[in-house]
Ligand binder design. Structure first.
Ligand code: ZN
Ligand code: ZN
Length: 151
């Protein structure tokens, strides 16, 4: 089957809920010092660690699955078409973030997060940064957030 980051996040959420349930139960114990109760508490903290690890696994999987945007010029991931390149260094005019290569002159490697459908029905997939430019240029287009996909 296909495993998606959403599956892992769902399981992490259940592990968190279980942690809370076990702790709540231990808090109601009349004699919390008894060994079975302390064992249950230890188990709860293991569930909590497991939940954190599942969240991390979900993030890692999301990164692995991300498709690169691939539009032929680079953008600032936060500000869009705000880059200028000079002598092999690229800088965003808004946030002043720099890249030590000609980012503007290379295909975009940011993950695809949007699908843009223009009036003619042509679909283009792009990253957050490229979307900013597309929104400004094509008011009549439809913008759809791309869901996380599985393998
Ligand atoms: Zn910027
Ligand atoms: Zn892009």
């Amino acid at each position: 089957m296909t495993v998606t980051p959403a599956h892992l996040r769902d399981l992490a959420g259940r592990a968190e809920a279980l942690t809370a349930e076990v702790l709540a139960l231990c808090d109601r114990a009349l004699r919390p010092e008894l060994e079975p109760i302390t064992t249950a508490r230890d188990t709860a903290s293991r569930f909590a660690r497991g939940a954190e690890e599942l969240h991390r696994a979900a993030d890692d999987l999301a990164k692995l699955q991300a498709q690169p945007c691939g539009l032929p010029w680079g953008v600032c991931p936060e500000h869009g078409n705000t880059l200028s390149s000079r002598a092999g260094v690229t800088e965003c005019r808004v946030c002043r973030r720099t890249w030590d290569h000609d980012r503007l002159g290379r295909p975009c490697e940011e993950p695809v997060t949007w699908k843009v459908i223009d009036r003619a029905g042509t679909e283009t997939r792009m990253c957050d940064g490229h979307l900013l430019g597309a929104r400004a240029a094509a008011e009549s287009a439809t913008f759809v957030r791309v869901e996380e996909s599985g393998f």
